[in-house]
Design a protein around this ligand. Structure first.
Ligand code: MN
Length: 238
């Protein structure tokens, strides 16, 4: 063998040996009971505004604690549970469609992970156009009579939710509906009383408003209307 081809032969052999070694280490890991990669991981969306942008309706400190502590913990916890409880679901909707089959801890943290992503993306800095337009306004008028009546019914669902939970506006077929869920449940849950595609959600856990509003949940609900991102709601109607 000439020097050049000998060198090539050695290089090729080394590459082949490396490939076999990598392959074997995978097999070795499986035999040793190394954890398999998680089926799926929830991700926290980047906050689409700065903490102070929703002042005075929702204060900066509440937003910061809510996003970096409460929400971040739901994300971290559900991703740990996906591994430790070997939860096989591969999409958020698949998770919620099987909510009754997973542990209460996994259910609450999965809901908390998704609901808050949805909540942040439902909000924006206050502006003069605090009412929906176009197809959202048309659908609200058709389903509830007027924007004012819609707000009253939504606020009612949010204020009457006893303890912790969420108020929702959903699209169910051609109609819009209002309802609420306990804990971190949402309308995708197989156990939810209200079903449909979520268009808007309001977190009525005390951690969402207590620093600024204390026991006055109705004041927080009223302020929420100043910071709703109706463009986001419109995109969800497609
Ligand atoms: Mn919350």
């Amino acid at each position: 063998m000439e020097n050049n081809s000998r060198r090539k032969f050695i290089q090729t052999s080394l590459a082949a040996t490396a490939a076999v070694t990598v392959g074997n280490s995978f097999i070795a890991n499986a035999i040793a009971g190394e954890p398999e990669p998680a089926a799926f991981a929830f991700k926290q969306v980047p906050l689409p505004f700065k903490y102070a942008d929703l002042e005075p309706s929702i204060d900066a400190l509440t937003n910061e604690i809510h996003y970096t502590k409460h929400h971040a913990t739901y994300i971290k916890t559900i991703n740990e549970l996906i591994v430790s409880e070997k939860i096989p679901y591969k999409t958020e909707k698949e998770f919620f469609a099987n909510a009754s089959k997973i542990s209460a801890k996994a259910r609450n943290n999965a809901g908390g992970a998704w609901n808050h992503n949805f909540f942040w993306e439902s909000l924006k800095a206050p502006s003069t156009s605090a009412a929906p337009t176009g197809k959202v306004a048309d659908a609200i008028n058709a389903s509830f009579g007027s924007f004012e009546k819609f707000k009253t019914e939504f606020a009612d669902a949010a204020s009457k939710r006893f303890g912790s939970g969420w108020a929702w506006l959903v699209k169910d077929g051609g109609k819009l509906k209002i309802g609420s869920t306990p804990n971190q449940d949402n309308p995708w849950f197989d156990t939810a009383e209200i079903k449909g595609t979520p268009l808007l959600g309001l977190d009525v856990w005390e951690h969402a408003y207590y620093l600024k509003y204390q026991n006055k949940r109705p004041d927080y609900i009223n302020a929420f209307w100043n910071v709703v991102n109706w463009d986001a709601v419109a995109k969800r109607m497609i």
